[in-house]
Design a protein. Structure first.
Length: 137
């Protein structure tokens, strides 16, 4: 089974986020991922990258690397940055019980419930989050 990959470097701003999502949409349009995988892929991109934009420390200019790999009908997305350590897989589990009046955490909860697998690591000052999405109808 052959793989195809797209690697992008994204600044932490809203316009670059929109451009990144559009580039990924264009890249994956040539592949038979299925409607569910396309929906989940865009949800993941928008939620993870919007958190990166929203929570960047004042004056911080470090970008986010995004690599999208299509393999068969599935897709994986790897996000890499040198920002503050933040394990969204842990945070999503902790926030699951939040009441509706508290702000934040719901996007990560959605991601957690839609992706087929995700893994976080931090090594040598770099955060890496890898998300797996299975293809299908």
């Amino acid at each position: 089974m052959s793989e195809a990959a797209l690697s992008l470097k994204m600044d932490r701003d809203w316009q670059t986020l929109a451009d990144c999502v559009e580039q990924v949409r264009g890249f994956t349009s040539a592949y038979d991922l299925g409607e569910r995988a396309r929906y989940v892929l865009e949800l993941v991109l928008e939620e993870i990258l919007s958190n990166a934009v929203r929570h960047v420390p004042a004056g911080e200019r470090r970008g986010v690397g995004v690599t999208v790999t299509v393999c068969g009908r599935g897709v994986s997305v790897m996000f890499e940055d040198r920002g503050v350590p933040f394990d969204p897989t842990f945070e999503a589990e902790q926030r699951e019980g939040l009441s509706g009046d508290e702000h934040g955490g719901f996007g990560l909860h959605l991601v957690r419930n839609f992706v087929d697998a995700w893994e976080y690591s931090r090594q040598d000052g770099q955060n890496t989050l890898t998300v797996e999405i299975e293809g299908g109808s």
